[in-house]
Design a protein around this ligand. Structure first.
Ligand code: FE2
Ligand code: FE2
Length: 340
């Protein structure tokens, strides 16, 4: 006689779990390359607390220089500090959609890394300007202008969140990840360039470490897209073309200068922005010049273009950088899928 209780009619199957759902639990692996990258992510990641912060001595700069440098980190935060929530959402989505295990784990690793990048922004900002980016009392015209511009940056950052939340359920991962890829290409080039240009060893260490993470994120995006793109419909391809333009419009704020689309800014913003960046550049932060940034952006875009055209996805026109392509019309807050 069995130790178990087995009814006469046999065991009853549990009902199927209604989908989308994070259950049932399973660990499918279809892309070993992604599993490999996840292993690398576990070893390569860094701890922002271990950076030698005492070497970033606030006495090295005047108060205005410190605020100008902080301004750039606050600007970077508009992108990097949204990373944790953006990728956490994508991670949950990947679980609900039963993406293979390495995809879910890679998304988790990006969430982990972006939280480190966010913490790095936080630490630099608070070391240079206690209670920054917005809680400090400005004591000069430059400081007042910086505080005001930061308010406008975050106003615009806040405009994409609803659209993103809708997009994540509405579009396949291939579409969402094309936007992410644009961000990762851009940020890996950005940090690489700044690591060379900065004169401060702490900033060099930070840019090198974040740049290494971003290069890994880019590899995750490329591997995921190579897997997802073959199944795309023409409608999705058209949408991706628009997303590429949206990525350019959004990311240009930190990588170059914002085009006259999406960004809701007062007329004086850009003029003051340029002076703040010039001050931070002269203080040794490592911000590239307008022309160097444009060259960097062109290079990053050429890389993205080569990748997407392989899959018959058309590239948008980017007249700002003399790049020819398809006219995708106006870009609004609804079109922005945030990245970095
Ligand atoms: Fe990042
Ligand atoms: Fe990233």
């Amino acid at each position: 006689m069995s130790e178990f209780e087995i009814p006469e009619g046999g065991l009853v199957e549990a009902p199927a779990v209604p989908q989308p759902n994070i259950f049932p639990i399973e660990w499918r692996c279809e892309t070993p390359k992604l599993a490999e990258i996840y292993e690398r992510a576990k070893r390569e990641g860094f701890n922002p607390a271990d950076i030698n912060w005492s070497e970033l001595s606030p006495e090295a700069w005047s108060d205005d220089e410190k605020v100008a440098i902080m301004y750039w980190w606050a600007l970077l935060s508009n992108f990097d500090s949204s990373g944790p929530a953006v990728f956490a959402r994508a991670t949950i989505h990947a679980w609900e959609m039963h993406e293979e295990d390495p995809v879910r784990k890679c998304f988790f690793s990006i969430t982990r890394d972006e939280t480190n990048h966010e913490e790095t922004c936080q630490r630099v900002i608070q070391r240079l300007v206690p209670n920054g980016p917005q809680g400090f009392a400005p004591k000069s015209e430059l400081q007042r202008v910086a505080l005001n511009n930061i308010g406008w940056l975050y106003h615009n950052g806040g405009r994409y969140w609803t659209g993103y939340n809708r997009a994540i359920d509405r579009y396949p991962l291939a579409v969402i990840f094309t936007s992410f890829m644009m961000g990762e290409v851009a940020s890996s080039t950005l940090f690489h360039g700044m690591a060379h240009a900065t004169t401060h060893p702490v900033f060099r260490e930070i840019f090198t470490k974040i740049g290494r993470d971003e290069a890994r994120h880019l590899q995750i995006c490329i591997n995921l897209l190579e897997k997802e793109w073959p199944g795309l419909t023409d409608e999705h391809k058209t949408f991706i073309t628009k997303q590429l333009r949206a990525g350019f419009v959004f990311l240009s704020m930190v990588l170059w200068e914002p085009p006259a689309q999406f960004w809701d800014l007062p007329g004086y913003f850009l003029h003051n922005h340029r002076i703040l960046l010039r001050t931070a550049r002269e203080a040794g932060l490592g911000i590239l010049t307008f022309e160097q940034q444009a060259d960097n952006w062109r290079l990053a875009i050429a890389r993205v273009r080569k990748l997407v055209e392989k899959w018959d996805i058309q590239f948008p026109a980017i007249p700002e950088l003399d790049i020819e392509g398809v006219d995708v019309g106006n870009i609004t807050a609804e079109d922005i899928i945030p990245v970095f």
